[in-house]
Design a protein around this ligand. Sequence first.
Ligand code: NAP
Length: 596
Amino acid sequence: MEQLKSNKKVPFLPQDIPFNDDQRQWLGGFLAGLHTRLLVKEEHVTTTSSTTQQIKPLTIIYGSQTGNAEGVAEEVAEIAKNHGLTPQVQDMDDVELDQLCQSERLLVVTSTYGEGEMPDNAQALWDSIASDAAPRFENTYFSVLALGDTNYDDFCLAGIQWDERLEALGATRVANRVDCDVAYESLAQEWIAETLPTIAQKGSHGGHEVMPAPTPATNKKAKPKYNRDNPFEAQLIRKFTLNNPDSDKETCHYELSLLSSGETYEAGDAINLLPLNRPELVEELISLLGARKEQHEQYDGHTQTLQKIFTEDLEIRIPSKEFIAEAATRSGDQSFIAHVEEGTAALTDFLWGLDCVDILKRYAPHAFTASDFIRLAKPLAPRAYSISSSIKQHPNEVHLTVASVRYHQADRAHHGVCSTFLADLIDSKSKIKCYFAPNKHFSVPHDPSSPIIMIGPGTGIAPFRGFLEERIATKADGDNWLFFGDRTKANDFLYQQELEQMQENGTLTRLDLAFSRDQKDKIYVQDKMRAQGQALFTWLERGAYVYVCGDAFRMAKDVDKALHDIIEQHGSMSSAQAQEYIARLKKQKRYVRDVY
Ligand code: NAP
C-alpha cells in the first residue's frame, strides 16, 4: 500500500497473526481506512486552521417579509455553534443556487405571506429551484421551519413548497418540517432542539463544501433585548385621532415612552404589542360558556382564573379553525358543516365578521364548557405595527399609527383586539407590553443621496413618516417622493400638516395624493403612479429605492402591477424584461415591501 503524505506508516499486520486470509484482508482494510481518516483529519486541522475552521459547515437560508424568519435564522445560527457546527446565515436573495446545492447541511427558515406567496426576498431563488433546470441536492441533508398564520388560506405554503422541492431534488430530510402559527417561538425552539443535533451528525466533517462569503458584521443588528416572554412595559405619552370627527374612519397616533428600557429601533422596524381582551367580551364569553370569572381552569400547565386566562392568554375574539370545526359539528347545522368541509375560502365568506361569541350564540349555545373553549382557542398573539417615527427625532419615544377596527355585525358591536385596546383601554397611567421586531431591509438607503419613492395609502403611511424624519435627522440630501391616499382629503389626510410642511421646506421633493372617495370614480395611489410614470421611471434609473407599505391583498398587488407596466412602457421593455428589471431591484433591496 502506498504510503500517505506523512512520515507515519500504515499499521502493519504481522505474518504470524492467527487469522485466515479473509479476516486478514478485512482487518488490514479496516486499519488502513482508520489510518487514512486520522491523517486526513490531522491534515485538515493543520492546513485549514489558518484559512477556515469550518469543520462542519451549516447553511441557513431565510425567506422573510417582516424580519421574523430572519430573526429565527440568526437564533438557529447562535445555537448551532453549540453543536460544533459552523453556521452561515444567508438572505435567500444573496444565495446562488449552484452554490446552495453543494451544501451538505441546509436549514430553510421561511415565512409565507399574503395568499400563500413566497416572501419578496425568496421569490427569485424559489423561481430558480422550482424550475426544471434546478440542480440536484443529492448530497444535502436538510430541514425546513415554516412560519405562517392559520387565519390565512395556504397556511405555511412557502415552507411546504421548499420542503417538498428539496426532497424531490434528492435532498435528505433530517427532521420533519415544523409549521408555526403567529406565536411561533416555542415550536421554533422545538424544531431547533430536534434538528441541530441530528444535522450535526450528518455529512462529512471535512468541509469541502463551498462556503458563502461571510455577511459583513456591519449588517448585523444587535439582538433585541426584549421578546415575547420578556417584553418591556412602555408608558403611553400621548394619543390623538388623525381623522377629522366627520370621518367614517378612526386612525390614531400613539406615542410610547422607551425611557428606562435601554431599547432602541431603526426607522422601518415594527413593534409587537401584547394586548389584553376587552372586559365586556371576557364577561360575555364566560357567561355563554356557563362559567364564572373566578372559576379556576388549567391553562399552559397552570391553574388560573378564567378572568385571567380569557383576558391575557387566549385569543377569544377571532375563532380558531379548531373551534370552528368543533362548533360546526356540535351545532349539527348542515350549512355550517358543509362550509367547513368546503374549505377556508367558502368558510371565510360564510362566517364573515363573526367572532367566537357570535358563533356560540348562533350555532352552538350551551354546547361548550370553558375547558372545551380553552382547549380549542389559540394563544393571544402579539400584534405587529410598523413604527411611524425616527428615534433620532424623538429620543426615547416610539410612535404608532393604528386604524381602529370597529364594525357592527350580528347585532353586536365588534372591536379589533389590539387597535381598540389602544384606543379605548389605554391612558397615560397605563403601560403596554411590547418588544421590537427589526426589519433590516425596510430601512432608508445607506447612501443618503439615494432617491426614495414611498407608496403608502392609509396606515401604510406609518413607516414613511419615520423615514422622512430619519432623512431630516441625518441631513440626507436624496430626493423623497411620497404617494399617499385615503378616503377623503377633508377627513382622512393623515399627518396633513407635517406632510405639507415637509413639502414646503423641500424635504418632500414630490407628494402625490389619491383620495379615493372625493370623486365619483375611485382614484388610488397606483393611478397617481401611472400618471407620473415617466418621472417615476427616471427616478428608478437614477437609483431610486421603492418602498410599499399597507394592504397586502389588493393595494400591494395593484401597485406591483402598475410598477411593472410603468417600467415596460417608459423603459421600452418587453414584459419579461420589465420582470427582470423588477427582480434586479428586489435583489438589490431597492424594491421592498412591508405589507399586511
Ligand atoms: P384602507 O382604509 O383599507 O385604505 C386606504 C386607502 O386605500 C383608501 O383610500 C382606500 O380606498 C384605498 N384602497 C382600497 N383598495 C385599494 C387598492 N386596491 N389599491 C390602492 N388603494 C386602495 O387603509 P387603512 O386605513 O390602512 O386600513 C385599515 C385596515 O388595515 C384596517 O381594517 C386594519 O384591519 C388593517 N390593518 C391596519 C394596521 C394598522 O393600523 N397599522 C395593521 C394591520 C392591518 P377605498 O376604501 O375608498 O376603496
